[in-house]
Ligand binder design. Structure first.
Ligand code: SAJ
Length: 423
């Protein structure tokens, strides 16, 4: 017989031991948030070097490092190698593992499957599993819903927004669906202790899973719409930013902006989970697949823009490689696609990103350079540092290929943006 009252009391008293499985941009901030609220938290990951760095408070999440050190010192948080023996000593398991796509753009839930195998080996009676990883509907049930009946299960998809202006974890509205009322009661109690913003219960786990899919697919398709309008605006010589600004005066229009394409671990990835699910259910979803293709072709469009202004011997400087500003994240970065197109055509360039190290740049096979004067500046990522760095790069004859529509007035000889130019 399950006893959720016992676990509820332990949660309320913060006496439960919480296991956060996966210590990336979702799991680590969540682990520290629980530790900050008084829980005893173990973070589990596979990479030993990463675990050592985390326990030393030396992670890429600079804004977290102070708190990591503090809660490790207070024995409220520790990072450990994922193993069943250690897992078994915990009451609550929150899964924050990556769910990417493979080279063929098919969903890859191998990390979740490995986690399911591990949890399936421990005594899960009266314990609580929550899946925060982004998955297609029914995945949480299929992977974690078959360990018997004496435990609790919920799904609460992460909604983290990486970046220095990010909405921090405790401020983001949180969806939660559960396998039954007792599990939902536990989830609301647990998240209620750490989250300041509203926690929104939904009727089933698959509703939560599908909502996350809709949120991110909506964003991908609307970015594609802005990209397509930008390509037309270029032909008509109308400024896309002015068009968008004007359209924003309509209450039912939510602005999305054209650019070099869509990177990151969410927006260019999650819609492929929807397409796979549609295919499995014989539902054709051309709007989604076409939208993804529009975004994926944007680096090629920028490449054509570069070729229109490039002459043999002209120097090219690519500023910024990250998929979005002010973070050191190269995953699915469309700027890397553009750089590889340049390399393939033997068009030489140097590159700099304030968040990416010189050795990382060299390891990618690109040539590193500090900001220096150049003939063609390609704005790859509109990091905040660009505000001061551009003056070291642009002289009066510099042509700027502004893939982020960063510049609001002409600099150098001319600025060619996406859907707008400053001549
Ligand atoms: N992008 C555009 N035009 C836009 C917005 C974004 O081209 O109008 C590009 C960005 O440059 C980037 C990519 O799309 O390459 C993704 O941008 P993003 O702001 O959506 O950044 P992400 O991937 O960090 O998005 C995360 C997502 N969070 C989760 O999936 C949990 C996303 O759902 C959020 O909307 C986003 O944070 C946010 O803004 O909060």
């Amino acid at each position: 017989m399950r006893k959720n009252k016992e676990l509820l009391k332990k949660i309320t008293a913060k006496k439960t031991k919480i296991a956060i499985i996966g210590l990336g941009y979702v799991g680590l901030p969540l682990a520290i948030l629980f530790a900050k609220r008084g829980f005893s938290v173990t973070g589990f990951a596979r990479n030993l070097e990463k675990l050592d760095n985390i326990n030393l408070g030396q992670t890429e999440f600079t804004e977290l490092n102070h708190d990591i050190k503090k809660y490790v010192a207070k024995n409220k948080f520790i990072a450990k190698k994922l193993n069943t023996k250690e897992l078994a000593t915990h009451d609550i398991f929150i899964i924050c593992l990556p769910t990417p796509v493979n080279r063929n753009k098919n969903p890859d839930i191998s990390a979740l499957k490995q986690c399911s195998n591990l949890l399936g080996k421990i005594n899960i009676t009266n314990k609580f599993i929550i899946n925060e990883s982004t998955v297609a509907p029914f995945t949480t049930q299929n992977l974690f819903g078959n360990f018997g009946k004496d435990y609790f299960l919920a799904c609460s998809p992460e909604r983290v927004d990486p970046g220095i202006n990010a909405k921090t974890t405790e401020k983001i509205p949180k969806l939660i669906g559960a396998s039954d009322d007792e599990s939902l009661e536990l989830g609301l109690a647990l998240y209620g202790i750490i989250l300041k913003n509203n926690i929104i219960p939904v009727s089933a786990m698959e509703v939560a899973e599908m909502s996350k899919m809709l949120e991110n697919t909506y964003r991908a398709v609307n970015i594609a719409l802005s990209n397509e309008f930008a390509l037309l605006a270029e032909k008509l010589n109308i400024d896309i930013l002015e068009i968008i600004k004007a359209a924003k005066s309509k209450w039912s229009y939510q602005a999305h902006y054209p650019g070099i394409g869509v990177g990151g671990h969410c927006i260019p990835v999650d819609p492929y989970y929807v397409l796979a699910l549609g295919k499995k259910n014989n539902i054709n979803m051309p709007l989604i697949s076409t939208g993804l293709q529009v975004n994926e072709k944007m680096p090629n469009h920028l490449f054509e823009q570069i070729k229109n202004v490039y002459e043999q011997g002209k120097q090219i400087f690519v500023y910024g490689l990250s998929y979005k500003k002010d973070i050191p994240d190269l995953r699915e970065s469309p700027v890397l696609q553009l750089c590889n197109l340049l390399k393939r055509e033997n068009i030489s360039f140097v590159t700099f990103d304030p968040y990416i190290t010189k050795s990382q740049i060299k390891n990618m096979g690109f040539e590193y350079s500090e900001p220096q004067l150049t003939d063609i500046l390609i704005v790859g990522t509109d990091h905040k540092n660009l505000k001061k760095d551009w003056k070291k790069i642009v002289y009066k004859k510099t042509i700027i290929i502004d893939s982020r529509n960063y510049f609001k007035k002409r600099v150098g000889k001319k600025v060619i943006g996406v859907g707008r130019s400053l001549l």
